[in-house]
Design a protein around this ligand. Structure first.
Ligand code: NAD
Ligand code: AKB
Length: 315
C-alpha cells in the first residue's frame, strides 16, 4: 500500500533529520513536511511542505484530506526547559496538539501515528538506574506531566478506537545536523559546537549529572524500526523505554578533550539542573529489544568522534 506521511514539527531538532530519512525510504513526494515556521533548505526543497498549526483543527483536516495522508509523525511540542517558563502554552500545545490528532485518526483513516514521549515521564520517586518500563511515575515538570498524560491518551485511543499509535520515550538526543530547542539535555549538543569554536564551554548542568542520551542516528532508526514493526508483536501501547548511552557532562567533556586538546568545560548549574535531578540515569529497554528488535549502535566514544568529524567537516 502506498504510504503518504505527514511530519508535524519538521523544522525542529528531530523533524529536520527525520523528514530526510523518511523521504529516502518512502520517496520525496510521499513525505509532507509541516511546521508553523519555515524549515531548512533541505526539508523545503526536498519535497512537499505545508505551513500548519497543530492547534488549528480545521487546517489540519484540510491538509489530511488534500494529501490523503496515511501516517502521521507528530513532533510539535514545547520541551522541558521552555515548558517550565511557559507552562500554559506547553500544556496547550503538548496536550491539545496530540488530542487533535488522536481525534482525527479514525475519521481520516490514519493507519499509524508516531508520537514521541520522553524520559521526562519519570520523576524523583522513580528508580534511577536501569529504570523499568513499568514503574513509579510521578513527574514534577509540566513537560513530564504532559508526556505522561499523552502516553495514557495514546493507550486509551488504541484500546477504545483501535488507533495504531506507536511511541518511544526518547532520551536526550544528540545530532550534528540540527540544533536542539529548549530541553534540559541540550548541553550535550552545544558543548560540541563550543568545543570546536572556542575550546571551552560553560555547562548549565552539574558535572556529575548522569542522564540517558542517544545519538540521532540511533533515535531515527528506533523511530522507523518501531513504525515498521509487526503490530501484532507490540505489547506496549503507551510508550517504549529505549536506551542508548548514559553519561555525565564531565564524562562527555573528557571524551571531547581526547580529540580537542586543551578543551575546558566549567559548570554553572541553572534551573535545568533541578529538572535533570528528577530524571533517571539509565533505562531498561529489554521490552523494546524483545518486541521489535531494537538495538543501538553508538557508544560514547563513537558518538563523540562522529559528531566532531561531521561538525568540523561542515563548518
Ligand atoms: P523542537 O523544539 O526542536 O521542534 C519542535 C517543532 O515543533 C519546532 O520546529 C516548532 O516550530 C514546531 N511547532 C511548535 N508549535 C507548533 C504548532 N502549533 N504546530 C506545528 N508545529 C509546531 O523539538 P524536537 O527536539 O525536535 O522534539 C520533537 C518531539 O520529540 C517532541 O515531542 C519532544 O518532546 C520529543 N522529544 C525530544 C527529545 C530531544 O532530545 N530532542 C527527547 C525526548 C522527546
Ligand atoms: C529535554 O531535555 O526536554 C528533552 C527530553 C529528554 O525530553 N531532550
Amino acid at each position: 500500500m502506498k504510504e503518504v506521511i505527514l511530519v508535524i514539527g519538521s523544522a525542529g531538532q528531530i523533524g529536520l533529520e527525520l523528514v530526510v530519512k523518511l523521504r529516502n525510504i518512502y520517496g520525496d513526494k510521499n513525505v509532507i513536511a509541516s511546521d508553523i515556521i519555515i524549515p531548512s533548505y533541505d526539508v523545503m526543497e526536498g519535497g512537499p511542505f505545508e505551513l500548519l498549526d497543530i492547534l488549528n483543527k480545521k487546517q489540519l483536516k484540510l491538509v489530511l484530506k488534500k494529501h490523503k495522508v496515511t501516517q502521521i509523525y507528530l513532533l510539535a511540542a514545547l520541551l522541558s526547559a521552555t515548558a517550565e517558563y511557559h507552562p500554559e502554552s506547553a500544556w496547550n500545545l503538548n496536550m491539545n496538539g496530540l488530542l487533535n490528532i488522536l481525534d482525527l485518526c479514525k475519521p481520516f483513516n490514519i493507519r499509524k501515528l508516531f508520537w514521541p514521549s520522553s524520559i521526562a515521564v519519570f520523576g524523583p520517586s522513580t528508580p534511577i538506574t536501569n529504570t523499568p518500563q513499568v514503574t513509579i511515575m510521578e513527574p514534577d515538570t509540566i513537560y513530564g506531566i504532559s508526556k505522561l498524560a499523552g502516553e495514557r491518551w495514546c493507550e486509551y485511543y488504541h484500546k477504545k478506537e483501535g488507533v495504531d499509535c506507536r511511541s518511544i520515550r526518547y532520551p536526550g538526543l544528540i545530532g550534528h545536523r540540527s540544533n536542539p530547542g529548549g530541553g534540559t539535555t541540550d548541553y550535550a549538543v552545544h558543548i560540541f559546537h563550543q568545543a570546536i569554536k572556542k575550546k571551552s564551554y560553560e555547562c548549565f548542568l552539574a558535572k556529575d549529572t548522569t542522564l540517558p542520551m542517544m545519538y540521532m542516528e540511533d533515535a531515527l532508526n528506533a523511530t522507523v524500526g518501531l513504525m515498521e514493526a509487526d503490530g501484532s508483536k507490540l505489547t506496549i501501547h503507551s510508550s517504549y523505554n529505549v536506551a542508548g548511552i548514559s553519561f555525565s557532562p564531565i564524562e562527555l567533556a573528557t571524551e571531547i578533550g581526547k580529540h580537542i586538546h586543551g578543551f575546558k568545560c566549567n559548570y554553572k548549574p541553572d534551573l535545568r539542573q533541578e529538572i535533570a535531578k528528577g530524571w533517571p540515569q539509565s533505562i531498561d529497554d529489554s521490552i523494546a529489544k524483545k518486541d521489535w528488535g531494537w538495538e543501538p549502535k553508538y557508544d560514547l566514544s563513537e558518538m563523540t568522534k562522529d559528531m566532531l568529524d561531521n561538525l568540523i567537516t561542515n563548518q
